[in-house]
Design a protein around this ligand. Sequence first.
Ligand SMILES: *Cc1c(COP(=O)(O)O)cnc(C)c1O
Length: 452
Amino acid sequence: MSKLTFERPIIQRINAGLPSKYGMPRRLDPISHIDGTSIKSLLDEFGSPLFVISEQTIRKTYKEAHRAFSSRYPNVQFSWSYKTNYLNAVCNVFHQEGAWAEVVSGFEYQKAIENGVPGELIIFNGPDKSTDDLRLAIENNSLIHIDHFDELYELIHLSKEMGERPKVAIRVNMDTGFYPLWDRFGFNFENGEAWDALNRVMASKTLDLLGLHTHIGTYILSTDGYRIAAEKLASLAVKLEKKYGHVLKYIDLGGGFASKNTLRGAYYPGTDTAPSFDDFAEAITSALMSSEIKPDHLPMLILETGRAMIDEAGFLAGSVLATKRLADGRRATIIDVGVNILFTSFWYDHDIRPVEAVSDQSEDTTIYGPLCMNIDVIRGNIMFPLLKKGDHFVIRRVGAYNMTQWMQFITLRPNVIMLDSKGKPHLIRKKESLETINSLENTPEHLKNFEL
Ligand SMILES: *Cc1c(COP(=O)(O)O)cnc(C)c1O
């Protein structure tokens, strides 16, 4: 038996009821395995830190979301939001499950094409579509969601020049009770701009209007906004049918469902506050079905769910670099995961757990990343067990936005692996090296040498 490590006794003030509605936080249970595979063995094989994605969890979440909507509505289609996580292996799990691609740039569009998504199953959103992007999307029969009048007029021009009939939808922004309003994308509903844009599309005769789209925000904790959004889009669909006899093929409610992560400073944990897929589905589908749209003209319902679909499947494992005391005596733990690779720690209180069984003692701790930057804080304040140098931890629910918004800053981006349904690891993105970075740089001849 190895000798137990000494733990300094500490005196803690008890703040009754402060941490959550359950009173004092309980012990943080270690997480030693993901899908039956030991995290320690993965760190030994692939290095620390390490992103781990559970294929099983993606498929399970997708099926749950799909069932929630398709059991309530006759025609449902999910489209994978590339910017949420566009690692090809991740996208392809969603495509295998039946999701189309939803992209917001020429780069993402190319990625979807290279993954093998048929052009007509790619939804092209976003304010930045170059003329070349638009040409390609028109040639491929993709679904172009128009963001502003400049784009609308350019599409009309291109349709004439190319002799093609681009498939389009109008992106609509609206007041759904969340403030500040997300009014920078698309055409506004309340001031009549969306209706104006629709009339111009119809008048052009060269654009094929297939749908209406909205994306009301992100990490939305209330289902009511979706009910309002669905009602407003349905009212536009009804107006179009009344005035032009035009029947839409689809209504796209975008993304935005909250994942089970906890927002920084939130009183209740996200696991208690995030509505379920069933809750969102109930709000959206009942609004569409009880609208004035004729039952045999009910459009396909498209959803571009991002974070709620992938957050749960992502883990970030790593190692403790050091522990120290701050000037006021508080405990600080420094880990090898910083805000550069865990971007979402700016707005989430991430669930971070030890990997190995640890001491029963917890102490108010600040968890810092490895960057030489004051803002590199992973958890400002957490009752955390006393981990020491070399111990391992794992951060849960990091599948959304981190592997796309991560920065190469001070350190390099680590390996990403996916555990298949049997728990077998596959390297899906190699860690960066000095060569990766240097291969993009060029030093002019006169700067190649120096003497010191
Ligand atoms: C980002 C985005 C999504 C995904 O949003 P989530 O909040 O991750 O669900 C869907 N549609 C559009 C147009 C987006 O920009």
